[in-house]
Design a binder for this molecule. Sequence first.
Ligand code: ATP
Ligand code: MG
Length: 268
Amino acid sequence: MGKIIAIANQKGGVGKTTTTINLAASLAALDRKVLLIDADPQANASSGLRIDITQKNISIYECLIGEASLREAIDTTCVSGLDIVCSHIDLVGAELELLNTANRERILLHLIEEVKAEYDYVLIDCMPSLGMITINALAAADSVIIPTQPHYLSAKGLELLLRSVSMVKRQINPKLRIDGILMTMVMPRTNISKEITATVKSAYGQKIKVFDTEIPHSIRAVEATAEGKSIFAYDKSGKVAAAYEQFGKEVAEIGEKQRNQNRTDRLR
Ligand code: ATP
Ligand code: MG
């Protein structure tokens, strides 16, 4: 059974989409079968993998409003082992349209159930808000990865997200856990980066893992986004690719550990 991971932070521009695309590519390179679900109407992950969304008639939006199954919305990508469910600007409307739907927090969960067994990992790229679609992602997920930049305001915004995660855990999805906080766009030689990373670790490190891997800041990452490529396709031997490769291994290790733990629990 695939592990479902939501990549979430209501703060915009912290590297959620970049992390989702490159973690997906990194896991696929480790021979894991990966499905990326783009749950942001900006559709940056879809275009980040060079999918022409203007040519598509089935996106996550049609699935959420009950007009298509998730299987019908799955596309292959240029990355071997990585499939995608694209997004569309129409998804903005789904926030309102879902309001009158029964069990509206669990629609994505039920959609994913159909295909979950075919993947090792299902990664959900969330939008920068905590509305109904993001709640759906958290309700469907086994765990959350929280990318954050080493900026004062980003670190402050974590509090709000952690509160939402606790709320979803309490009311909708008791098995939801936080895999960890990922520091992105880190400028290793700057004091502010170091200070804030240390602050995040001392504020949350007791309860929440801060991943060993840090993603360095690099103009190459911005260029890869502009070209619609993963960092592995754009700058394979650069430091950002190396960091996401290491991050993929870290995430896979946690995944295997949890899988073994679940197996032992079932045998007891
Ligand atoms: P949103 O909240 O709008 O969905 P996001 O959290 O998904 O944003 P991204 O789109 O991944 O964030 O990244 C925001 C910008 O930062 C993009 O222009 C991206 O190219 C750039 N970026 C991402 N990672 C890095 C990095 N390691 N170094 C430099 N720039 C980066
Ligand atoms: Mg994004």
